[in-house]
Design a protein around this ligand. Structure first.
Ligand SMILES: C[S@@+](CC[C@H](N)C(=O)[O-])C[C@H]1O[C@@H](n2cnc3c(N)ncnc32)[C@H](O)[C@@H]1O
Length: 276
């Protein structure tokens, strides 16, 4: 199906996406991908012009499902188990013992993975906690994973992965924590149940607030897709969501000091993290 998708229409749509998600698209990189997606959606929705589509997505998409179709085509969901694992080492060796020592009896430790994509990151934290079970024997740890992309959250809940996603795991870890299903690896139910996955847009302040306060936030490899104003907004939201003394881990190409100065940078075993 040939559709009329001019530069002007691209700019309108990408401006709308930016306002809703903080993701900034470039014409050179994203035009073809968006056009392909629109061709498909026009067919499914039986509409024949960008004007109608743009109206629908802004005013008639009450449950947000059409917007989700759009989001799924532009988000970069690349992730895998034990990505930047040196951060998980520091989490279990230094950060969690410190937080544990400051908490009262009966208080949980809460960890947020924002964004979590298809779940490998929060599941990696769960595996690390099981492998080094010092802390989980002493205190309950709550793991929450959020992402804007509803399809990727479904995948996270399903917990089914290809071997590519598991390439950093040892054979023993694969055998202990995964079952084989149709040639893929399914994470065991106990670990699946240990993570609370939700569809949340980090720019939706109400939804973010409702998640409550956290001791540790992982926000890796999302801020790179935002511009400075959006990064600042999200970094400030995370700051409000952290308990005092809590920590945030960013991806290796992301630096809080370039965004806001409300966090204290801390270096532990060469890992840079930020404390409230
Ligand atoms: C590259 S993945 C990072 C996953 C994981 N943290 C990692 O480092 O492996 C980036 C994720 O950010 C999510 N994302 C983008 N914009 C978002 C937003 N406004 N709110 C929540 N998640 C968002 C995308 O859907 C995508 O799954």
């Amino acid at each position: 199906m040939h559709i009329e998708f001019s530069r002007e229409n691209f700019d309108k749509l990408s401006e709308y996406i930016y306002r809703k998600t903080g993701i900034s698209l470039s014409y050179e990189k994203h035009y073809e991908k968006l056009k392909k997606n629109l061709e498909l959606r026009f067919r499914v929705l039986k509409i024949d012009s960008f004007r109608k589509y743009f109206f629908l997505i802004r005013f008639e998409d009450k449950n947000g499902s059409e917007f989700q179709e759009l989001i799924s085509t532009i988000t970069v969901n690349e992730t895998y188990f034990y990505r930047e694992r040196y951060q998980f080492d520091v989490l279990v060796s230094d950060i969690l013992p410190e937080i544990h020592s400051k908490k009262r009896d009966g208080e949980n430790i809460r960890i947020l993975c924002s964004p979590c994509s298809s779940g490998e990151e929060p599941y990696s934290v769960a595996l690390y906690l099981l492998e080094d079970n010092e802390i989980i024997n002493k205190r309950d740890i709550e793991l929450v994973g959020i992402d804007i992309d509803n399809k990727i959250i479904e995948k996270a809940k399903e917990g089914l992965y290809t071997s590519r996603s598991l390439h950093l795991l040892s054979d023993k870890e694969r055998e202990s924590y995964f079952g084989k299903k149709m040639g893929n690896y399914e994470i065991i139910k106990d670990i699946r149940d240990a993570v609370d996955f939700r569809i949340v847009n980090v720019f939706d302040k109400d939804a973010m607030r409702k998640l409550g306060k956290f001791d540790v936030i992982f926000s890796r490899n999302m801020l790179i897709y935002f511009d400075d104003a959006s990064r600042k907004e999200v970094a400030t939201t995370f700051h409000e969501m952290l308990n005092s003394g809590g920590y945030i881990f960013l991806g290796h190409a992301e630096y809080m000091s370039r965004i806001v100065s409300i966090y204290t940078p801390v270096k532990i075993s060469n890992v840079l993290l930020y404390q409230k």
